[in-house]
Design a protein around this ligand. Structure first.
Ligand SMILES: Nc1ncnc2c1ncn2[C@@H]1O[C@H](COP(=O)(O)OP(=O)(O)OP(=O)(O)O)[C@@H](O)[C@H]1O
Length: 293
């Protein structure tokens, strides 16, 4: 019998795990997978549990929660030598990552996929000493992911992000960045925000980085040059349709390595979590994990 460690966040999304846990465990068990569970208690707990699960020699780690839980779990796994395969039950508000990968919406389908050992490689992004799976970003708009209160997300879901986004847009200020990327000329300009996407679904925008795939060893880099509020609103509208990449205010390219510096103070956002400040080096670690999908 294979042994799985299920690390779940009981507060994620609409707190669905409480209802579903027993059924998931039973189905896994019927498929020959004995799972033990850990309910996360707060910040950093999922990282510690993932590290511990590798030390204890589990055959697989399954992360159940939102993007934040997944981020913590991969940060506990990425530096280890013997990384077991990863499974993901999406329970969050936007579930960017699950959507980008086409992880089945129905939990039963996903359990069956795990039972059948359907595994595919997955690139990870490394930023200084942290890892991300979906997106890294900088600029004041990216701060909204940790400014939305968890209770509000539980109640109204994704709408909470849009409300905060509209509120924030009016107070955006540009930041000076120097971007050096493999295969690109150096860029030195003022930017409203920059994003480094590993998947094509970001922040609920399904067409933000249409060319980004999870196993090609490349990031899609998107920068929005200094512009006014009217331009920002226009770009958001274009981005909803996936028509923003050719806009004159947008910088877009693919790379596997990039350095970004700024004379100012620029915070980084990794998969929706605070991820330090610039300067930063971004590396795409091709096929660093195996994922059930
Ligand atoms: N028992 C708990 N009580 C309160 N907070 C917790 C608990 N366990 C984990 N957390 C916190 O929940 C956060 C992650 O939540 P989650 O996995 O839902 O991600 P998210 O980024 O909010 O997802 P999404 O935006 O997709 O909803 C982490 O910051 C973690 O510290």
């Amino acid at each position: 019998m294979k042994k799985a460690r299920l690390i779940y966040n009981p507060t994620s999304g609409r707190e669905e795990m409480k209802k579903r846990l027993a059924d998931i465990l039973q189905r896994l068990d019927q498929g020959g997978i004995e799972a033990s569970c850990h309910a996360t208690t707060g910040e950093g707990d999922a990282t510690r549990e993932a590290e511990l699960a590798i030390e204890r020699g589990y055959d697989m780690i399954i992360a159940a929660g939102g993007d934040g839980t997944l981020y913590e779990v991969i940060n506990g796994m990425a530096e280890r030598e013997n990384r077991p395969p990863l499974g993901v039950f999406p329970l969050g508000t936007t579930n960017d990552f699950a959507r980008a990968l086409g992880i089945p919406r129905q939990w039963e389908d996903y359990v069956d996929l795990v039972i059948n050992q359907q595994l595919r490689p997955l690139d990870l992004g490394k930023v200084n000493d942290k890892y991300f799976i979906n997106i890294a970003g900088g600029g004041s708009l990216t701060e909204l992911t940790y400014e939305v209160p968890s209770r509000l997300k539980t109640m109204i879901g994704q709408l909470a992000y849009y409300m905060k986004g509209i509120e924030k847009m009016a107070s955006l200020s540009p930041q000076e960045l120097i971007i050096r990327a493999a295969g690109q000329e150096e860029i030195h300009d003022e930017f409203m925000l920059f994003l480094i996407a590993n998947t094509n679904s970001v922040g609920g925008f399904e067409k933000l980085a249409p060319g980004a795939t999870i196993d090609d060893g490349l990031f899609d880099v998107i920068g929005v040059r200094k512009c006014n509020l009217a331009d920002m609103i226009r770009l958001v509208t274009l981005a909803l349709r996936g028509e923003h990449l050719n806009d004159k205010k947008v910088v877009h390219f693919q790379t596997d390595y990039m350095e970004v510096t700024s004379p100012g103070y620029v915070q980084l956002n990794l998969d929706g979590e605070l991820g330090g400040t610039l300067p930063a080096t971004f590396k795409n670690l091709r096929h660093h994990l195996m994922l059930y999908r």
